[in-house]
Unconditional design. Structure first.
Lengths: 112, 719
C-alpha cells in the first residue's frame, strides 16, 4: 500500500477531487494547510507598501491505495493539479505498513 | 425529586457508621434536583484520618451505577473560601443532611449560614466572574444551533446562581422549560449529556422548530435576568464601575436616565423615535430590563410604530461606536423586526449545516460585531481597510439583511434577500444611490468567498472578474469586509489564517491591478501619474489602461524614457475579455535622475499627454528618443533565455543586460517588430543590471523554435 500526499493550489481542490472520484477513488482526506516550498514566502505590494506572505495557503490531499493503483492516482492528481506556474505544489509517496478498518477489523488491502 | 429520594434510600442503606462524621448531600443532589444521569455530589464531613473508612461505601455506590462526586472536608475547611475552589463553597449553599452525627450537621448548617451572610458580596463577585468566563466560552450568546441547556448562557446553571442570591424573580416558567429539556436529553441519551444537538432536537419535543423556539424563549429570559444581576453585582463592588456609573448618569436626557450603566425611561411613554438606541450606540450602556420590556410593549400595542422610523435615524446610530450593541437591543425589543419585516422572519432561525454554529440572526449580529471591531483594531491589512472605508453604515445594513432570504426554498438566499431588502429600504427612505450599494453588497455577498477558493488568484483574469463585479474600489473594499465578517460569524474558528490569506490576496490582486485610477480597467484610455515617496528617494508611478494594440508597451516605455526618466520597474497584463478587444493594464515605476518633473511641475502634464499620444499610436516615439540616443553606448551582449514550460500559454523570455537609457523601449519594440505579442511583463533593475521578463506569444501561441531564433537575433541587435 502507498500513501499519496499531494500539496496543491487551493483552487484546484474540486478539480482534483472530481478527477480522483472519476477513477474510482472515493476515500480521501483533504486538509487546508499553509506552508512554503521553493516558492517561499514572497513579498507582495499593496498601495506601494510591501507586505510579506510567508505561509501560502495550500490544500493537502491524502489518499492510501494499493501498490497497483499508485501510479494511476499520481498521474490523475498531476493532470488535474498542473498549471505550469510556480506554486503548483508537490506529491509525496510513501509505503504504508498496514491499514485497519476500526469497525470490523479488516486489515490490509481489504480495509482500503 | 423522585430520583433524589431513591438515591437517598440507597445511600442511607449503605453508609457506614463512623462516630464524629456526617454525610451531607450538596449541589444538585442537595437541592433534590437530580436529573436522570447527573452526578451525585456528596460531602463527607470528617477529619482526614476518618475519611478512608468511607471508601468501601463509595465503591458500593459506584457498583450500583451512581456517578458519585465526593469530597471530604472538616467544618473549618467548609467555612473558608479557598482560592481556586469557589465551586466547592457554592455547592454548600444547597446542603442537606443525609446520615451520621446530627450535632456536627447543625454546626455546619448554622456556621455556613453566618459565613454566607458575612461573605455574601465576595461570593457574589466571584460567581459573577465565573459566570462571565463560562458565558465567554459560549461566545456570550444563547443563539447556538446546538446549545448547552445547562452551562450555556441562559441555561440552568444561571438559574441556580440567581436562586442562591435571591435574584430569580419570576423565572419559574423558563426554569421549567429548561428542566424539561434537560430531562429529555438525559433520557434520550442515557447519560449526562446537556447539549441539545440536532439529533436530540428531533427527539425531545413535537418538532425541532418547537423545541428550539421554547429553548430560545426560556434562555433569553434567563440570560437577561442573569446579565442584569451580574452587572449590578460588579458595579456594586468596583470603584471603576462606580466611576463609570456616575459618569454615565451625565448622559441622561429628559426622557431617558442612565443609572448604574443602564438606561431607564423617565416618562410613562417610551420615546417615539430611536433615541434610546442612539444613546446605547453612543455610550455603550444597555437598556434596563424594565425599559426593554416597556419598549417592547409599546411596539406590540401600536402596529404603526415602526412605520415612522427613518433612514437618517438608523444611519446616525450605525455611525456610532457601539452600533453593534444598539442593534442587539433593537433586536431584543423587536424594533429591528418592525423596521425590517424580513428580519423578523429569521429571528431564532435554525438552518442546519455542518459549519454554522449560530442561528441566522445571531450569525448576522456576530458578523456586524466583527466588522465593527476591525475599525478599533491597530493598523493592519483588514483593520486599515475598515478604518479607511467610507459608507460603513451601508456595509452594516447590507450585513444586517444579507441572510434574510434564508430558508425560503430553492432560490439562492442572496437573491431572495435582495428581493425583500429593496422595498424595505425604500420604505425606510434610504436614498436610491445608497440603496443600490446595499443591494449590490447583499446580492454579491457570497462571490468573493467562492472565487478565492475556486479561481487562480495569480491569474489576472481573476482580478479582472472581481474588478468588473465590484466596479469601484470603494465597493471592492466593502465587499471584502463583508466577506470577512460573514465568514468570521459562521463559527469562532471559521476565519482561519488560510481563509484570511486567500481573501486578502483576492482583494489585493484586484485593488492592485496596474490600471491606476481607471477601475475596473476598460477600453477607455486612462493615464495617471503620481509621485510616490515611500521608497525614500522618491519615485514616480505611471499607471495606464488602454485597448491593447501592437507596440503599445514599447511606445509607452519609449515615451517615458524620452523625458530622461529611468524605468526601474514595470508590470503589464493583458486582460482577455470574451468577445471583446483586449485591455492592457500597465504600470511603470521610474526615477527622475535630472529632477525634470520636480523642478518643472508643468512637465508632468506634458509627460502624461505624450504618453497618451504614444498609447494612441499618434506619437513617433523613435523620433522622440533620437535626441536621448544620439550617443549610444558601446553595445553589451545580453543573455536571452527562452522557457516554453514555465507558462501554460506563453513563452517566457528572460533578458539580462546592463541597464541603459530607453532599454525597455528597445526590447519591447524589438519583440513587437517581430510580430510577437507581449502578454505580461515584469521588469526589475538591480543596480546597473536589468532583468526583464516578457511573456510572449505569436498568433496567440507559444513561440516556435524558429521564431525564438529570429527574436533572439533581433533583441541582440536592438540592445
Amino acid at each position: 500500500m502507498k500513501k499519496i500526499e499531494a500539496v496543491v493550489q487551493p483552487f484546484k481542490t474540486d478539480e482534483i477531487k472530481e478527477a480522483l472520484k472519476a477513477v474510482g477513488i472515493d476515500g480521501m482526506t483533504i486538509t487546508e494547510v499553509r506552508g512554503h516550498g521553493r516558492q517561499k514566502g514572497h513579498k507582495e505590494v499593496y498601495r506601494g507598501q510591501e507586505y510579506s506572505v510567508d505561509l501560502l495557503p495550500k490544500t493537502k490531499f491524502e489518499v492510501v491505495v494499493t501498490d497497483a493503483r499508485a501510479e494511476e492516482v499520481i498521474a490523475t492528481i498531476m493532470a488535474a493539479a498542473h498549471t505550469g506556474k510556480i506554486g503548483d505544489g508537490k506529491i509525496f509517496v510513501s509505503d504504508v505498513m498496514d491499514t485497519i478498518r476500526i469497525r470490523n477489523s479488516d486489515r490490509g488491502d481489504a480495509a482500503l | 425529586m423522585r430520583r433524589s429520594n431513591e438515591v437517598d434510600s440507597v445511600v442511607r442503606s449503605l453508609v457506614p457508621e463512623v462516630p464524629g462524621t456526617a454525610l451531607i448531600a450538596v449541589g444538585g443532589y442537595g437541592r433534590e434536583d437530580l436529573f436522570p444521569h447527573s452526578d451525585v455530589d456528596l460531602l463527607i464531613l470528617a477529619e482526614p484520618a476518618q475519611a478512608a473508612a468511607f471508601n468501601p461505601f463509595l465503591r458500593a455506590l459506584w457498583d450500583r451505577g451512581l456517578r458519585v462526586s465526593q469530597s471530604a472536608h472538616t467544618i473549618g475547611e467548609c467555612l473558608s473560601i479557598t482560592e481556586g475552589n469557589l465551586e466547592f463553597t457554592l455547592s454548600l449553599i444547597d446542603r442537606r443532611f443525609l446520615a451520621g452525627d446530627r450535632a456536627l450537621w447543625t454546626q455546619l448548617d448554622q456556621g455556613f449560614r453566618k459565613f454566607f451572610a458575612r461573605k455574601r458580596d465576595d461570593l457574589a463577585l466571584g460567581v459573577a466572574r465565573l459566570t462571565r468566563e463560562r458565558h465567554d466560552s459560549y461566545q456570550n450568546t444563547i443563539y447556538h444551533l446546538e446549545p448547552n441547556v445547562k452551562d450555556g448562557p441562559g441555561g440552568l446553571r444561571d438559574i441556580h446562581v440567581l436562586t442562591w442570591f435571591n435574584a430569580l424573580g419570576h423565572l419559574e416558567e423558563p426554569a421549567a422549560v429548561l428542566t424539561e429539556l434537560r430531562h429529555g436529553l438525559h433520557e434520550f441519551y442515557g447519560r449526562d449529556t446537556n447539549v441539545l444537538n440536532f439529533e436530540a432536537q428531533d427527539a425531545v419535543g413535537k418538532s425541532p422548530d418547537e423545541v428550539m423556539a421554547r429553548y430560545f424563549w426560556a434562555a433569553r429570559k434567563v440570560q437577561r435576568a442573569m446579565n442584569a444581576w451580574r452587572e449590578a453585582e460588579e458595579s456594586r463592588s468596583t470603584s471603576l464601575f462606580s466611576r463609570l456609573r456616575d459618569r454615565s448618569s451625565a448622559f441622561s436626557t429628559s426622557e431617558l436616565s442612565v443609572i448604574h450603566g443602564q438606561i431607564y425611561l423617565s416618562d410613562t411613554h417610551p420615546p417615539d423615535d430611536l433615541s434610546a438606541y442612539e444613546l446605547v450606540a453612543r455610550r455603550g450602556v444597555r437598556l434596563s430590563s424594565e425599559a426593554g420590556r416597556r419598549m417592547h410593549q409599546a411596539l406590540v400595542h401600536d402596529p404603526e410604530r415602526g412605520a415612522k422610523f427613518q433612514w437618517e435615524e438608523l444611519e446616525n446610530i450605525l455611525q456610532l461606536p457601539f452600533a453593534g450593541l444598539a442593534l442587539r437591543e433593537m433586536h431584543d425589543t423587536g424594533v429591528l423586526g418592525r423596521i425590517f419585516p424580513s428580519w423578523a422572519k429569521i429571528e431564532g432561525m435554525v438552518v442546519r449545516d455542518f459549519y454554522h454554529q449560530y442561528t441566522v440572526d445571531e450569525h448576522t449580529l456576530v458578523a456586524i460585531d466583527t466588522v465593527l471591531r476591525l475599525r478599533a483594531e491597530p493598523p493592519g491589512l483588514f483593520p486599515t481597510l475598515a478604518q479607511e472605508a467610507s459608507n460603513y453604515p451601508l456595509l452594516l445594513v447590507a450585513l444586517l439583511l444579507h441572510d434574510t432570504g434564508k430558508g425560503r426554498g430553492d432560490e439562492s438566499h442572496a437573491a431572495a434577500s435582495v428581493r425583500s431588502a429593496g422595498p424595505e429600504l425604500e420604505k425606510l427612505g434610504m436614498p436610491a444611490a445608497a440603496r443600490e450599494e446595499v443591494l449590490f453588497l447583499i446580492g454579491a455577498h457570497l462571490e468573493m468567498s467562492r472565487i478565492m477558493t475556486t479561481r487562480d488568484l495569480t491569474d489576472p483574469e481573476t482580478a479582472l472578474s472581481v474588478a468588473s463585479l465590484t466596479g469601484t474600489k470603494e465597493r471592492l473594499a466593502l465587499l471584502t469586509l463583508m466577506t470577512y465578517g460573514d465568514i468570521s460569524a459562521v463559527n469562532p474558528h471559521a476565519l482561519t489564517p488560510w481563509r484570511t490569506t486567500l481573501l486578502w490576496q483576492l482583494y489585493a490582486v484586484t485593488a492592485e491591478l496596474p490600471c491606476g485610477a481607471v477601475f475596473p480597467p476598460n477600453h477607455e484610455l486612462g493615464v495617471t501619474l503620481e509621485h510616490a515617496t515611500e521608497h525614500g528617494g522618491g519615485v514616480w508611478r505611471l499607471a495606464l489602461t488602454a485597448p491593447d494594440r501592437p507596440f503599445l508597451f514599447a511606445s509607452v516605455a519609449g515615451a517615458i524614457s524620452s523625458f530622461g526618466m529611468d524605468i526601474v520597474h514595470a508590470e503589464a497584463v493583458t486582460l482577455n475579455e470574451q468577445n471583446a478587444e483586449h485591455i492592457a493594464c500597465e504600470r511603470f515605476t521610474f526615477t527622475d535622475p535630472f529632477l525634470t518633473l520636480k523642478l518643472n511641475p508643468e512637465e508632468t502634464e506634458t509627460l502624461t499627454a505624450t504618453v497618451e499620444r504614444a498609447a494612441n499610436g499618434k506619437e513617433d516615439v523613435a523620433r522622440l528618443l533620437q535626441r536621448r540616443l544620439r550617443n549610444p553606448q558601446p553595445p553589451v551582449m545580453p543573455t536571452i533565455h527562452f522557457d516554453r514550460e514555465a507558462s501554460r500559454t506563453a513563452t517566457v523570455v528572460t533578458i539580462t543586460t546592463e541597464d541603459r537609457p530607453a532599454l525597455l523601449y528597445r526590447l519591447a519594440e524589438a519583440i513587437s517588430s517581430e510580430g510577437c505579442n507581449i502578454e505580461t511583463v515584469l521588469i526589475n533593475t538591480e543596480g546597473r543590471k536589468a532583468v526583464d521578463v516578457f511573456y510572449v506569444t505569436a498568433s496567440g501561441l507559444k513561440l516556435t523554435a524558429e521564431k525564438e531564433e529570429q527574436l533572439g537575433a533581433r533583441i541582440r541587435s536592438a540592445s
